[in-house]
Design a protein around this ligand. Sequence first.
Ligand SMILES: Cc1ncc(C[n+]2csc(CCOP(=O)(O)OP(=O)(O)O)c2C)c(N)n1
Ligand SMILES: [Mg+2]
Length: 591
Amino acid sequence: MPHAADPAIAKLERPTPSGVNAPGFGSDVVAEALRALDIPYIALTPGASYRGLHDSIVNYLGNATPQMLLCVHEEAAVAIAHGYAKVTGRAMAAAVHSNVGLLHATMAMFNAWCDRMPVIVLGATGPVDAMKRRPWIDWVHTASDQGALIRGYTKWDDQPSSPGAAREALIRGAWIANTAPQGPVYINLDAEMQEAKLSETLLPIDAARYAPPVAAGAPAAQVEQAAAMLRAAKRVVILAGRASRSVEAWNARVALAEALGASVVTDLKIGASFPTNHPLHAGGPRHITPDSIPAMRDADVVLSLDWVDLAGALQHAGPSPAAKIIAVSLDHRVHNGWSMDYQALPPVDLFLSADPDLVVAELLKALGPRNKPRVAATAHAAPQPEPAGFTNEHIARTLRRVVGERAVSLTHLPLSWEDHWWTFRHPLDYLGSDGGGGVGGGPGISVGAALALKNSGRLPVAICGDGDFLMGVTAVWTAVHYRIPLLFVIANNRSFYNDELHQERMARMRARPLENKWIGQRMADPDIDLAAMGRAQGAIGFGPIEKPADLAPALEQAIAAVDAGGVAVVDVRVEPGYSPGLTAAMTRAKS
Ligand SMILES: Cc1ncc(C[n+]2csc(CCOP(=O)(O)OP(=O)(O)O)c2C)c(N)n1
Ligand SMILES: [Mg+2]
C-alpha cells in the first residue's frame, strides 16, 4: 500500500504516465522494493551512477512511494532524512551519486549515526565490470569498496550484484536501520546491475515477513532487581537520555519519576525526554549544570535511561560515585572500533541490555502505585531580568512571547542555547541536536523534521547559528519547493563564535593578545545577508533585525508567512558572546 504522503507534495512533479506496469530492468526491482517497504520519500541529489534507479522511480513508480525530494547538496539530502526520522522514528531514503556524492553525504551520515537515527542511504557505483565502463567518467566514479568511506558510522552496508540481491539488501537494510539502536545503512547499487534488462522474473516477496519487529525488553528477574534497588533507595536520580517521541513512553517516565520521587536530568543533545516544568526536573542540559550537580552528588541510585555520556555525567558525582548505577541501554550493540562516540566507560552495578521505554513500563508495574515525592524538588533558577544588549536569549524570550501557548517544535537549537530558555512539555517540543556536532546539519535536519510535522498543527522552528545555517543553507530551497512550512530564526553573530572562545582560551593559556581571537572567525566585511539567502531560494526573508524591539513584529509576520504555507528566514543580528557557564563548559576552562 502506498504511504499516505502529504497530498500537496504528492501533486508536485507528476510524471507523464509511462504505461509500464511490470518490472523490466534491475532498477525497477529496486524501486519496487522501496515501495514494498512503504518508504514515502527519497531525498536525493542526482547522478548518472543511479540514472537507472532514477528512471525507475519516475517512470515505473510514477514518482510516488517514494516520491523524490530534490536537494541541492547530498549533505542536505541525508540531513532531511535524519530530521524526518527524528519525528517519525522511521527511516526514509536518501540517494547520492557514486563516490563523489557519498563523499558529500558523509558528515550528515555521521550526524545521523551519532544521533542513532535511521536513514537508508542508496548509493551507486560505475559498472563494477570494467568492460562495461564508459571512458574516464565511469572510471573516476568507480571505487572498490565504496562502503569503506562510511563503514565506521553506519550499521551496515552492502553492494548487491543482482536485482534479487538488491531487493534483499533493501529489506535487510531497512530492518537493520529501523531496529534499535537505530542508525544509517548504505546500499551501493552497481550501475550495470540497475540498467540491465531483467533476465528472470523474481517471485514476489512479502517484505514485512523479512523485517520482523524486534522487541528488546529486559528479563523479568533483572527488572525485579532494578525495582528492588530503586525501592530501597532514598534519593534516585534519573538520567533521561535517548528516547522515542511516544507520548505514552513520556507519560510513563513521568509516572516512574513520581513513583520514586526521583530528580530527573535531561540533555539538550537529544530530543525532549521529560517535562522541563515538572517539579522533579533538575535541569541539566548538554552539560550537567550547577542545578543538577547536587542531585547527582547526593544520589544513592542513578538510573540511566540510555544517557548519551554516562561516564561524563557521573564525573559530577565524584571520582568513584557512591551511588549504585543502573544503566538501561542497547547502545553497546553498535559500538565499533572506528568511532569513539560511545564515550568513556562508565561504572555500572546493574546493566539492562534493553529498550528503556519497555523497561520503564515494566518498572512501573513492578513498583506499583506510589505517588509520594520523596525528594524535595531541586529549586529552579529564579526568573532573570531582561538581558542586556541583543543576544540569543532575546530570541528565546521574544519567540516565547510571540508563540504564546501554541504547540511549537524546536527542530534545532544553536550551540549557545541555555536549557532554561524554553519549556518542553511534549516529546515533540524539541527534537535534539545534530548528534555528531557536525555544523551545517541544522537546516537539513529542520527541513526533514518540518516535512514530518506538516499537517500536525505544530509550528516547526529552526533556530540556527549563522555558521550552521550558511553551511547547510540550500536545504531552504527544498523546503520552499516542496511546500514544507518552516520558520528559520538565525542567531547571526557574524562569526563562528564558538571558535573565538577557543582562540581566547589559547590566548589566555599562552599569554597572547585576547583581542586577536576574532581573526579567521568573523564572517563580517561584508556581513552576509541571510534574509537575502532565504529570499534567493523562494523563502520570505526578514531582517537584518538589529535591535530587540524589532524582533517581535518580524517574528509575527514570519509566523504568519509559515502559517500560510511558506518558509521564512529571520536574520537576527545578535552580539557575539556566550554566557560564562557555557563558555567554561565549551572551552574546558575551569572558570
Ligand atoms: C563541519 C564542522 N566544521 C567545523 C566545526 C567546528 N565548529 C564548532 S562550533 C563552530 C561555529 C559554528 O558557528 P555558528 O553556527 O555561527 O554558531 P556560533 O558558534 O557562532 O554560536 C565551528 C566552526 C564543526 N563542529 N563542524
Ligand atoms: Mg555564529
